[in-house]
Design a protein around this ligand. Structure first.
Ligand SMILES: *[C@@H]1O[C@H](CO)[C@@H](O)[C@H](O)[C@H]1NC(C)=O
Ligand SMILES: *[C@@H]1O[C@H](CO)[C@@H](O)[C@H](O)[C@H]1NC(C)=O
Ligand SMILES: *[C@@H]1O[C@H](CO)[C@@H](O)[C@H](O)[C@H]1NC(C)=O
Ligand SMILES: *[C@@H]1O[C@H](CO)[C@@H](O)[C@H](O)[C@H]1NC(C)=O
Ligand SMILES: [Fe+2]
Length: 598
């Protein structure tokens, strides 16, 4: 399925304690309660006794939803028209309830941490950033705390390399055996680190690459305090003897083009990794917007134009799209507005963000090409059999288990509503949805439908929350290591003695953490709004058939088991957890929502 339409998403937030004023809320029409009919059984159109009335209702929706201009760059259309505007207003109302809750928590935490920093006389060392800013802090907005190990082991190389296989697995790729090497590394270095040459690593399928050099072309924020970055590129490798996955070199691509390696001084190498993290944070946060929000909104909008509210597929899509159209509005309003949070905190400004979205929509916006297995195989991270070459691949282990849970559920669902392919052919609403979404009448079959639905569920949960949502505040966006920008120009020569000038001020640090904290939705666990509860909501289930209800129970059981497993993770005698020097719990199915909540 090629989604030709498109859209975008976001980060939320406005906290009164923050040192800036938010623009006023966008004007939205009065919200309309959506129908919560839990009495009528969902059915395929060909078996609906009221086919005429149903077709008329679909026609009304088709006219009431209009494909309006994309928000935040040129990606997916955004709903417009009477129904489109009512829908977005409703989604904003629902989102606002969550936001008001998290904003109160963040404001309390900002007060507490400000007092702790004042008592400490400021932030005077890297250690202060890790301890004073975090220990016993953010208890209301991030009660789960920081991921065990992330604040104590952040200088370790294994943490840096393994973050490519956990925190952000979307930028790493294997270098193909015959492609030109992006940059050279001295043979004395590769020999010492890997016992071989760059060429041999590449020839052996053991050389991996992350390219962030394209970030040099995106426009930067010019607000105070001035911020800097280095648009780095980096090599990682599988050690030919130990098979450990390790970093080899980081090259800056703005100005001096220095090549840093683990053999440099501790300060130089740590600074290189921090410069990498600046680019990685941009990539993770901005790519999630395109890959998950834009894509699912586009596919869902096609359904709004073609499927009846009584269609079983529509019930499932609606479940995953609760408050789905709030994100890009909030993004325009509070994140990517000129002079907004993003411009104040990050390196690349809102224009650069919009350009990134427009530039990547043709690739990140693809549907089938970004299926979990297809994408990771294309980047050389798994083979034809779905096996990875690493000792451990924490993201993959959890993500593929959730993917399998979805697939089993949707196989049951599709088999129960479509016993044979003839049922698919007879479902003209389904056919229309595919035509609408792909502009292409290629016929859909049962297998395709299972894949399409699996990917949809995967995107709004795993895809979204692997990168965005509640995880960053306690792991992939923690200071002093995971920086939004560096605050002094990248050096022209090696030999940096003091890293403090590169770190954010107290005010900037609190603003950054507070901003990231507003994406958390820790109260979803208590509210049963987490992934494992995706299909156990009574009003939804009541309208689906019995086979699907049993499938939903299996989904819950499988996801609960994974959650229990993740929550039991600790360190082994080497101080590692699943091969990492920190505990990877990002994808806990009783923590991540089943919707792209922010
Ligand atoms: C909806 O469409 C109208 C008319 O084209 C336009 O003025 C308005 O900005 C659109 N709204 C959104 C949210 O895109
Ligand atoms: C990582 O941090 C945890 C908690 O501080 C510690 O127990 C563990 O030994 C550390 N691992 C390594 C490899 O240093
Ligand atoms: C930046 O843009 C220039 C001009 O379009 C192009 O030649 C160059 O390759 C781009 N650099 C990167 C790193 O994308
Ligand atoms: C339908 O919803 C109402 C109100 O939420 C609830 O009281 C009722 O038990 C539901 N019926 C079924 C069959 O789930
Ligand atoms: Fe998001």
């Amino acid at each position: 399925m090629r989604s030709t339409f498109v859209v975008l998403v976001a980060l939320a937030l406005s906290v009164s304690a923050f040192p800036f004023t938010s623009p006023s809320a966008p004007h939205l029409s009065t919200s309309v309660a959506r129908r919560q009919d839990n009495t009528t059984l969902a059915k395929l159109p060909q078996y609906d006794p009221n086919r005429k009335a149903r077709a008329a209702a679909v026609a009304v929706r088709n006219e009431g939803f209009i494909y309006g201009p994309s928000l935040i760059g040129e990606a997916a259309f955004f709903p417009n028209g009477t129904l489109g505007n009512a829908r977005t207003a409703h989604d904003m109302d629902v989102w606002t309830l969550d936001r008001e809750m998290i904003d109160v928590f963040v404001a309390q935490d900002v007060q507490a941490v400000s007092a702790a920093i004042a008592a400490n006389g400021g932030l005077k060392s890297l250690d202060d950033y890790a301890k004073v800013l975090y220990e016993g802090q953010w208890v209301n907005s991030n009660p789960r705390g920081t991921a065990p190990g992330i604040m104590t082991n952040y200088t370790q190389d294994l943490l840096f390399s393994m973050e490519r296989l956990s925190q952000n697995p979307y930028s790493l790729r294997l270098l193909k055996r015959n492609e030109p090497l992006p940059f050279q590394v001295e043979e004395s270095v590769t020999s010492k680190l890997a016992g071989t040459t760059l060429r041999d690593l590449q020839a052996g399928g053991k050389l991996f690459f992350v390219d962030y050099s394209w970030q040099s072309n995106l426009t930067k924020s010019t607000l105070e305090p001035l911020r800097y970055g280095a648009a780095v590129s980096a090599y990682f490798f599988l050690h030919p003897r130990t098979n450990d996955f390790l970093p080899l070199a980081i090259k800056t691509n703005t100005g001096a083009d220095l090549i840093y390696t683990p053999l440099d001084s501790a300060n130089d190498w740590l600074l290189a990794k921090m410069m990498f993290n600046v680019n990685d944070l941009f990539h993770g946060q901005m790519s999630h917007l395109v890959m998950t929000h834009d894509v699912t909104e586009a596919v869902h909008q096609a359904a709004l134009h073609t499927l009846s509210e009584d269609h079983p597929i529509m019930l499932i899509l609606e479940r995953h799209m609760i408050q789905g159209y709030s994100s890009r509005i909030v993004g325009e309003w509070l994140c990517f507005n000129p002079g907004g949070h993003w411009d104040q905190l990050m390196l690349i400004d809102n224009i650069g963000c919009r350009d990134y979205v427009t530039d990547t929509w043709p690739t990140l916006g693809r549907y089938k090409a970004n299926y979990l297995h297809t994408d990771f195989k294309a980047r050389g991270l798994i083979n034809e059999k779905g096996k990875y070459p690493f000792k451990a691949f924490p993201f993959w282990d959890d993500a593929s288990e959730i993917h399998a849970g979805y697939k089993a559920f949707f196989k049951t669902f599709v088999d129960s509503y479509y016993p044979t392919e003839a049922y698919i052919i007879g479902d003209y609403e389904l056919q229309n949805w595919f035509v609408e979404a792909t502009k292409n009448a290629k016929s859909v079959n049962k297998e395709t439908l299972v894949e399409v639905l699996t990917h949809f569920g995967f995107l709004v949960s795993v895809g979204h929350h692997a990168l965005n949502g509640g995880d960053p505040v306690g792991s992939k966006a923690t200071l002093p290591y995971h920086l939004p920008a560096i605050f002094a120009p990248p050096p022209d020569t090696k030999g940096v003695t003091d890293l403090l000038p590169f770190l954010p001020s107290v005010k900037q640090s609190i603003h950054y953490i507070g901003f990231i904290a507003t994406f958390n939705r820790q109260f979803y666990e208590k509210d049963k709004r987490t992934l494992m509860n995706a299909y156990t909501d009574d009003p939804l289930l009541a309208r689906l058939n019995d086979a699907t209800k049993r499938g939903a129970q299996d989904f819950f059981t499988n996801m609960k088991a994974l959650s229990d497993k993740i929550r039991a993770r600790t360190f082994d005698s080497n101080g590692l957890s699943n091969g990492l020097p920190f505990v990877y719990r990002t994808l806990d199915p009783d923590f991540i929502p089943f919707i792209s909540a922010v």
